[in-house]
Design a protein around this ligand. Structure first.
Ligand SMILES: NC(=O)C1=CN([C@@H]2O[C@H](COP(=O)(O)OP(=O)(O)OC[C@H]3O[C@@H](n4cnc5c(N)ncnc54)[C@H](OP(=O)(O)O)[C@@H]3O)[C@@H](O)[C@H]2O)[C@@H](O)CC1
Ligand SMILES: Nc1ncnc2c1ncn2[C@@H]1O[C@H](COP(=O)(O)OP(=O)(O)O)[C@@H](O)[C@H]1O
Ligand SMILES: [K+]
Length: 479
């Protein structure tokens, strides 16, 4: 797993390391890494490094110091470096002196725009982990002149370091070079960060605040049948979804369960004929009461929010097996929380709200801090909460939190969530820890979305069809 730490934890770790490291050493390590990336970007975008123009946007703190030192390193490769100081009187002293010594040019704020528009690369050293609020107007005004690739120092200025929220003008970087450890912004604001690279400056942190699954974690978690397995031993999943009028949700959720593992899938609901027609391997019945034994239930997609849906939800919650309550089931829970009284104590529940369903469950939208929002819903409902969105956050009642950083936004298509719920259900039935099941399912769903899209629009059926390729790809990277 990749660890992600809040800026408060990073700052404390940096302070401990600073105390035992020669003055300026950490910044030079950071800046050297930054200069290597800047040179690489110049070569990538212009074909050369020597003679190219780099403009540094320099704020009043150490983030600006990193940029200034990186500028001094770039001068050694004959790059023409100019620095725009947002607060000249408070610019990082040693960094500024180093850049001046190396022959870098200091440019006034008034002349800044022309130097930005002529640059081959702009380095954003406006603000780093001490950023508070949206960008100040003088810094924001400069951004309008940027036409070349942007390299963000530590994080894109204007984006909240701990939540990834953007509520005003902010840098949109092509690449972000961060130091020591990943911060929440890097996982939660991929569109602002661009590609993220981590430079080791000797920081050692444990016990992360937030985590991201590696491909290897997902590969290790994904159920693979062994020689002694049969269709029952791998976990039977029950799908209570869809209706006679809206069978699509049932077909998608059940199909995802079929494609996720080789365990048996049962379907119960009014779309039994359609589901059977699409997936002959599924045992389909008209009602959850006739469905037979399962090791996990998926309930909700397309079942409606009326009395019948409520009865179905109550029934599956009382079976003593893990339940993934999705779509209409989350709305039923929000409107009639007493249905949860039917839940067998100790049986895992996974709730999968999008922002609107979250608002119904919690009485307020997730807000800027989506990790905190998912955590508080997880505590309130004693459930794993999978908060959908561009970056999906998965929180457990004990506070563990995972984030999935997508490659693009092609997953935002009708029925995509139904596919996800089927994947979660299949992993729950296999006996995985529900938090990990939700995380691994989200990872594969997201990967299936990008494989299916491959640069062009896809559909929920396309995502579903790409699930085996996504699982294969995850497993092949580690086998
Ligand atoms: N510590 C270490 O070991 C290492 C640290 N490293 C580097 O240091 C960085 C952290 O540096 P830092 O703490 O000096 O503050 P930083 O983020 O540069 O902010 C400076 C000032 O900006 C201002 N400001 C605030 N919000 C703003 C806004 N929205 N828009 C505009 N301005 C805003 C505010 O000043 P104010 O004007 O409010 O007085 C604030 O004090 C870190 O990200 C990494 O790059 C690396 O070298 C590795 C080793
Ligand atoms: N902008 C986006 N970028 C990436 N993924 C997205 C985006 N918007 C939604 N998604 C993902 O697409 C899926 C949509 O699910 P959901 O909202 O339940 O839709 P539906 O009800 O149509 O199935 C979720 O997995 C969500 O995380
Ligand atoms: K920055």
């Amino acid at each position: 797993m990749q660890g992600i730490w809040t800026t408060e934890r990073i700052r404390a770790a940096e302070d401990r390391l600073l105390a035992v490291t020669p003055d300026g050493e950490l910044m030079r390590r950071a800046a050297f890494g930054l200069a290597v990336h800047a040179a690489e970007m110049l070569a990538e975008h212009t074909g050369s490094v020597s003679g190219r123009r780099v403009t540094l946007l320099v704020g009043s703190g150490n983030n600006g110091g990193d940029a200034l030192w990186a500028g001094a390193f770039l001068r050694r490769r004959n790059v023409a470096v100019s620095a725009i100081l947002l607060k000249p009187e408070r610019a990082h002293g040693p960094g500024l002196a180093a850049l001046k010594r190396s022959g870098g040019k200091i440019v006034s704020l008034e002349d800044g725009p022309q130097w930005i528009s002529r640059a081959d690369l702009v380095v954003d050293g406006i603000v780093g982990i001490s950023a508070r609020g949206s960008l100040r107007p003088d810094a924001a005004a400069l951004l309008g002149h940027v036409g070349s690739p942007v390299l963000a120092v530590d994080l894109p200025s204007g984006v909240d370091p701990d939540t990834g929220a953007v509520d005003g003008p902010a840098v949109v970087a092509d690449r972000t070079v961060t130091f020591g450890a990943l911060k929440p912004v890097h996982a939660l604001a991929p569109a602002s960060c661009g590609e993220v690279f981590l430079v080791d400056i000797g920081l050692r942190l444990t016990d992360p605040d937030l985590q991201r699954l590696d491909t290897a974690d997902v590969a290790a978690a994904w159920p693979v049948p062994g020689p002694d397995d049969d269709k029952y031993s791998q976990g039977v999943v029950g799908i209570a979804a869809g209706s006679a009028t809206y069978p699509g949700a049932a077909v998608l959720a059940a199909g995802a369960a079929v494609r996720a593992t080789s365990g048996l899938v049962r379907y119960a609901g009014h779309a039994a004929d359609v589901v059977r027609g699409q997936w002959p391997e599924i045992i389909a019945t008209g009602s959850v009461t006739d469905a037979g034994r399962v090791q996990a239930w998926v309930v909700g997609p397309g079942i409606g929010t009326g009395n019948e849906g409520r009865d179905v939800l109550r029934f599956v919650l009382g079976r003593g097996v893990p339940v993934c309550a999705d779509a209409d089931a989350t709305t039923i829970i929000a409107r009639s929380p007493d249905v949860l009284d039917a839940r067998d104590p100790g049986t895992p529940l996974v709730l999968t709200p999008h922002a609107g369903e979250f608002e119904r469950l919690m009485g307020a939208p997730p807000g800027a801090d989506r990790v905190a929002a998912a955590r508080s819903a997880a505590r309130k409902y004693d459930a794993v909460v999978l908060l959908k969105g561009h970056c999906t956050v998965i929180a457990a009642p004990d506070g563990r939190a995972l984030v999935n950083t997508p490659r693009g936004s092609w997953l935002a298509t009708a029925g995509s969530g139904d596919v996800l719920s089927g994947l979660v259900g299949a992993l729950l039935a296999s006996g995985l820890d529900p938090w990990l099941a939700a995380g691994a399912a989200t990872h594969v769903h997201s990967l299936a979305g990008s494989l299916a899209a491959d640069g062009a629009p896809t559909s929920a059926s396309g995502i579903l069809a790409a699930v085996p390729d996504a699982i294969r790809s995850v497993r092949s990277l580690t086998s």
